[in-house]
Design a protein around this ligand. Structure first.
Ligand SMILES: [Zn+2]
Length: 163
């Protein structure tokens, strides 16, 4: 039920009756919100209440909130209120898609950094190879390392193409 539906379903009288109050002929009850109200100062209207002594006033939700010392949300749910599901799930969907976008962005940034590092290593190995004797130990090590970096580089490009 929505707030309006609950208000239509319960009169102020129904609510005060739950707490054992019986309005007198003029529609007043002893005010539970201030001490020693022997005059019965709290007027019960159809949808509202108003205390002529302490000024307490409101609708059925306010009355239960004050009696039970709970939040509006708790009263709403206790009286059979339900929050509109589409609102909730659409908020959840927005939250989830934001979370997913953040995740993708972070993953992309991570790949970019990795690619940058690989490019740097490729440059270093090429420079070493240029300066060393072909087929010397250092030349072979650089050649292997370069091939490995080029392999990783291709992998990274393929991973990125999948996003
Ligand atoms: Zn009062």
């Amino acid at each position: 039920m929505t707030v309006e539906e609950i208000k239509a379903a319960y009169s102020m009288r129904d609510i005060v009756a739950r707490y054992g109050f019986q309005p007198n002929r003029r529609g007043f009850i002893s005010c539970p919100f201030h001490q020693g109200d022997r005059q019965a100062s709290l007027k019960i209207y159809d949808r509202d209440f108003h205390c002529h002594a302490c000024g307490a006033n409101g609708d059925i939700f306010d009355f239960v909130e004050r009696m039970e010392n709970v939040s509006f949300k708790e009263v709403f749910q206790t009286l059979g209120g339900a929050y509109e599901k589409p609102t909730f799930s659409s908020k959840l969907a927005i939250y989830q898609s934001q979370k997913r976008r953040d995740m993708l962005r972070k993953e992309r940034e991570r790949l970019d950094r990795k690619k940058e590092l690989n490019n740097m290593l490729i440059g270093i190995y090429r420079a070493y190879m240029d300066r060393s004797e072909p087929f010397s130990d250092i030349w072979c090590d650089c050649c292997n390392a370069l091939q490995y970096q080029l392999y990783i580089h291709t992998e990274l490009n393929e991973t990125e193409a999948r996003w």
